[in-house]
Design a protein around this ligand. Structure first.
Ligand code: FPP
Length: 258
């Protein structure tokens, strides 16, 4: 048992179902850019970290809604490689929030069948946080109801650069023939190598950009940009977006059948 993880508390009852039946043609993997915490706090005359704490509370509700919606994978953008440019207070507050979140939620996540993984470069992160991340991955490794991937110190370009470095090392070591490299090769070196590509990417807070999130993986994803600030994003809003996805016509560059 991890010190500080799952040492007390009992899983709370699951949130109410937001859809009676899984959606047959719904997205299997939803990626979310959780934006708008700062503005949400500002609107209330509170510090930005107040918004991040409110945002963290939303994560559980969204993850709990996934099984009923047929969403097997959910990936959330918690801290980007660019977020280090924020004030020291905000960065330290977010890192502390991640540590506390892991310690507080680990047991419930396991009981809810949530398998947690982290993506991003861990080298720059605090060792105590990395230890908790490793332990939570191990602690939930048998879970398979829903897969939650949390991106911390993640950037799509950084991920491709790190993957390319490892790929080049394999070529230099004679483990990989350059002639064999095709578009199936690089994904095996990405942080997301165990995940399917996202079918749907949601960004809250009205900004219509992808901010270096899952650049390679989202090549054929559908995008949904909504005005709601992340701390106001509910399971009902999530269910509505997932339902509307089912009506989209994804052709992956081909033409419609018939
Ligand atoms: C972007 O909103 C949000 C972040 C950089 C942090 C996201 C973190 C959380 C939702 C909470 C922690 C998550 C976990 C998994 C514990 P912003 O601050 O850029 O908002 P703004 O654009 O309104 O300033």
């Amino acid at each position: 048992m991890i010190k500080g993880i799952g040492s007390k508390g009992k899983a709370k009852a699951r949130g109410k179902a937001v859809a009676a039946e899984p959606l047959a043609a719904g997205p299997r993997h939803v990626a979310i850019i959780m934006d708008g915490n700062g503005r949400w706090a500002q609107q209330r005359g509170r510090p930005r970290l107040f918004g991040h704490h409110a945002g963290a509370k939303r994560v559980r509700e969204i993850v709990e809604a996934c099984p009923d919606l047929g969403v097997k994978y959910v990936t959330i953008f918690a801290f980007s490689t660019e977020n280090w440019k924020r004030t020291q207070t905000e960065v330290a507050g977010l890192m502390s929030l991640f540590r506390r979140y892991i310690q507080k939620e680990a047991r419930d996540m396991k009981e809810e069948g949530v398998r947690v993984r982290f993506i991003g470069d861990r080298v720059k992160l605090d060792k105590a946080l990395v230890k908790l991340m490793d332990e939570l991955e191990e602690f939930t490794s048998e879970c398979d109801r829903v897969n939650l991937t949390i991106a911390i110190n993640y950037g799509g370009r950084d991920e491709v650069a790190r993957a390319t470095k490892r790929l080049a090392e394999d070529v230099a070591a004679g483990k990989l023939d350059p002639e064999s490299i095709d578009e199936e090769t690089l994904p095996k070196y990405l942080d997301t190598c165990l995940l399917p590509d996202p079918d749907l990417v949601i960004r809250t807070s009205g900004e219509a950009r992808i901010s270096n999130f899952l650049l390679w993986q989202s090549a054929y994803a559908e995008y949904e940009f909504i005005e709601t600030l992340w701390p106001d994003f509910t399971a009902e809003i999530f269910a509505g977006i997932v339902s509307s996805y089912a009506g989209r016509d994804r052709r992956f560059g081909g033409v419609k059948n018939g």
